[in-house]
Design a protein around this ligand. Sequence first.
Ligand code: HEC
Ligand code: HEC
Length: 418
Amino acid sequence: MRKPNLGISTRTTMGKRWRKMDCFRASFSTLKKDVYILPVLVFLLASCTSNTNKTAKYTKIDRRVNALPLKVKSPNNNKTTDQKVILGRLLFFDPVLSGNKDVACATCHHPSSGFAEFRDVSIGVNGAGFGATRTFNTPNKIPFVKRNAHTILNTAFNGIDSLNNYNPEKAPMFWDMRANSLEEQAIEPIKTMEEMRGLQFSETEILVEVVERLNGIPEYKTLFKNVFNVEHSITIENIGKAIAAYERTLITNNSRFDKYMRGNDTIMSLSEKEGFKLFKKVGCINCHSGPMFSDFKTHVLSVPENDKITFIDDGFEKQFGFRTPTLRNLRFTKPYMHNGTLPTLEKVLEFYEDLRLNKSRNSNVAQDNIDSLAQGLSIKMKDFSLIISFLNTLNDDSFDKTIPDNVPSKLRVGGEIN
Ligand code: HEC
Ligand code: HEC
């Protein structure tokens, strides 16, 4: 967590300096034998300076956001194969991974709601129904999950920077970045009491239990053996690997914005382009940067607490920092923020307007601790609709929505969601 975001401008300045040197060196080497070297040198230096200033200016504007890459990287020790993806999908939809066999990953990350859910905070164990209409069964001793479910779409790119560099083995996960990589993340919900584990098993017991259960299902035994090519291939690690391989296929890299950035100038309307300019000008881009529109850092903003949660959620390192979320597919990630307390994009923008007016919206967060980049946003109400029309160009509905007809455990596909 940091206060002012100097990363981008520092890099640009460095780049400028290097380019200036390179330009100068290149021209100098072709002129070494020139007798009138001094006046030529002065001229060269001047022309290199003005040239690189121009490039630097464009670099700064354009390199801060980008289209998503067309291809996805996977870790060296977990190459994606078709069979692994099929196995991962079955596991993702199979409630056999949960203590009471009632919750699957898909319960909260379902393709029909863009692999997120239209809920403020999730209901996992001992719930029934789907999305906004999901409720706890009675009687109930299980609390709400403390946070809003991210979409799985594009999590394969988590950690990507504005030059499209990323390392899938270190990809930050969760609102407080407490897991690295999809492989590591996939095991966490299985261990979490309110999400999938329930009260019947401890954190260690559930992992043993899940491996035992899968070993008792011939279809899984065959699938794991074919994918991992070793005896005893049903392990917690391989469960994580298969799920992660499937998640890496859930990509939306062809939004209208991506097409625009790849050169289709007419695909965005004038007001959407105007909204893009404002997005950069008011300073949203200082944190929502790179092709994911996230710097993958945590920031303190003072989002209000959610009344459904009985304790105070103090986020990253107990400092009330939360990771900048992607702005792709906002259509599916509402209600917004780490605890879903802001129901619409207008409410999110009003929230930022309050920060500019020095109003903390969470009594646990002192005014001085709010990130200066958030307080410094020059957002005005008249800009709202243009910015929102730009944000809508980041929606992309063309992702894999395949739901398996059956899962090998013969339990209900996706858990108790009907
Ligand atoms: C009960 C609902 C629920 C279930 C079941 C569930 N999740 Fe989640 N998921 C969430 C919530 C809530 C978060 C955000 C938690 C946080 O950040 O602290 C989340 C976050 C994630 C993220 C992080 C995305 C990002 O950008 O950081 C991934 C990946 C993910 N879940 C995958 C899975 C997988 C795989 C499973 C099954 C093994 C699963 N989830 C089961 C609710 C759920
Ligand atoms: C200081 C960094 C920073 C700046 C500047 C910033 N944001 Fe954010 N944004 C965040 C963080 C961090 C969150 C998550 C906060 C939380 O949940 O507690 C967030 C959340 C959001 C969300 C919710 C997304 C979701 O799926 O829940 C939207 C939408 C959003 N920001 C849009 C904007 C817009 C538009 C601007 C410019 C007006 C902007 N942000 C400026 C850091 C920033």
